[in-house]
Design a protein around this ligand. Structure first.
Ligand code: AMP
Ligand code: ZN
Length: 469
């Protein structure tokens, strides 16, 4: 049996996972900034963290998973400049900051659940942890790591010699090549805000009293304060999108290691790559990135999107196009149809017949969460009518699904629930022809007309079918 290997950004290597407390794993994942709908790309970090959590549990660890919700302090500019994203969205929409945050937190939770991403053990909001953030800032001030300028309290990165290490930054180049530094008075371009004062003449909805005056915490502070609160001053794994490495996580490390006198603060740092939307503006409802509901409106099941995400390793960039996601949906439905063949098979099967598949599947997941490789083993089992008895296929698919979360076996097989009607069948055929001709406008028009009647189109291995919503 192989060991669980995880790629650690901190060391640049895949390493065997060594828990701090035997049998336990503390995991913190950077969560969403809830000022706008969470688009399809935003779901990738949480699917990745979900795979990590499921795999750790399957390896026998008791996992505590903490995720934050950023509902204050994340500014438009990386250099601690510009508007607060939540305040800006509130001002634009005429809603309160609280309403904006609640609305998009709800959407994020709904979409996560729709793709079978489990809820964390602790879901913590930045605005619920202001005292903890002030306490961390106070510690940093006491130890001499901060200084005050007109606009707030800043962390002096020159006081932390390891600052550039984590992301391999070239700090000298930031000075020489004049990284545009919008906040006047900072000592070093990379210095970052711990506490910001509300700008003169700007009335904010979210601000708090502090030892330094009324204001709000810098964005990075919340993740340090809340992860330490729930997981301790030294914990196992911290995850996030690869965009966080250079600024957000670098700053989290600087402030926490200095405040707590700990190194390394977090043993394993894991980062997912991005989804490349190839510049596509595919959302009808938001004008931003497409959201899960857009796919559902197009007749795709949310879990088809989970399947799409599982097709790429989390450290690979993944390309999203309409064709690719539709192909993934077709693949997912085929897999479901094969799994449905054994849904009612009796018994646990024969452990000896299963063991090679089980080991290869689990080895793939143990190898830095190689979901595409694991998925290939699931396909072998699903197709393996000749090699495996129905009971073995059923037992293996149920077990694999504890990692994959695709509702294999349990879900209704596609094709079982569809309806027939000459008029609607005809429209479906017309839409199919339009798609074959790449006339997506006509295809979309037909889909929208049918949707208005409450008819949902589903692509199956036998072609498109429909049902009433
Ligand atoms: P935000 O809510 O804007 O803070 O975004 C949450 C996280 O989603 C970001 O920090 C990124 O790590 C991640 N993210 C944003 N866009 C993409 C994308 N296209 N692919 C994968 N992850 C993304
Ligand atoms: Zn964070």
């Amino acid at each position: 049996m192989s060991k669980l290997l995880l790629h650690n950004t901190r060391t640049g290597r895949k390493e065997p996972f060594e828990p701090i407390v035997p049998g336990r794993a503390g995991v913190y994942s950077c969560g969403p900034t809830v000022y706008a709908p969470q688009h399809l790309g935003n779901l990738r970090p949480y699917l990745f963290a979900d795979l990590l959590r499921r795999t750790l549990e399957e390896e026998g660890y008791e996992v505590t998973h903490v995720i934050n919700v950023t509902d204050v302090g994340h500014l438009v500019g990386d250099g601690d400049d510009g508007e607060d994203k939540i305040e800006a969205a509130a001002a634009k929409s005429g809603r309160s900051a609280l309403e904006i945050a609640a609305m998009y937190t709800e959407q994020w939770l709904r979409d996560r659940r729709a793709i079978n991403v489990r809820d964390p053990d602790v879901l913590c909001r930045a605005t619920d942890h202001i005292p903890e953030q002030i306490e961390l800032a106070r510690r940093l001030e006491e130890k001499g790591f901060t200084y005050r300028i007109d606009d707030g309290i800043y962390f002096d990165v020159s006081r932390f010699p390891r600052y550039a290490e984590f992301a391999g930054l070239d700090l000298a180049a930031q000075v020489d090549h004049g990284r545009i530094d919008e906040v006047g008075g900072k000592r070093n371009p990379a210095d970052f805000a711990i506490w910001k004062f509300a700008a003169e003449g700007v009335s904010r909805q979210q601000e708090w009293d502090s030892p330094w005056g009324v204001g709000f915490p810098g964005w990075h502070l919340e993740c340090s304060a809340m992860s330490v609160k729930y997981l301790g001053e030294h914990f196992d794994i911290h995850t996030g999108g690869v965009d966080h490495v250079r600024v957000h996580h670098t700053n989290e490390i600087a402030q926490t290691e200095c405040a707590m006198d700990v190194h390394p603060w977090v043993n394993v740092w894991m980062h997912n790559e991005f989804i490349d939307f190839q510049g596509a503006k595919i959302s009808k409802s938001t004008g931003g990135g497409a959201v899960l509901q857009d796919l559902v409106d197009d007749g795709l099941e949310p879990l088809a999107f989970r399947y799409f995400l599982l097709q790429a390793h989390y450290r690979q960039q993944q390309t999203y196009t309409r064709e690719v996601v539709e192909a993934a949906a077709t693949g997912y439905r085929r897999l479901l149809a094969l799994a449905a063949e054994v849904r009612d098979a009796a018994g646990e099967g024969d452990a000896a017949a299963q063991s090679d598949y089980r080991e290869r599947f689990r080895d793939a997941m143990r190898d830095d969460l190689n979901a595409p490789k694991a998925l290939a083993v699931a396909w072998e089992v699903a197709r393996g009518r000749e090699e495996l008895a129905p009971g073995d296929r059923r037992a293996l698919l149920l077990e694999f699904d504890r990692f994959l979360g695709l509702d294999l076996v349990q879900a209704d097989a596609p094709g079982e629930r569809f309806e027939s009607d000459p008029r609607i069948d005809g429209l479906l055929a017309e839409r199919q022809q339009a798609r074959a001709d790449k006339d997506f406008a006509t295809a979309d028009r037909i889909r929208d007309e049918l949707a208005a009647e409450g008819v949902e189109i589903v692509d199956t291995p036998e072609g498109p079918r429909w049902r009433r919503k």
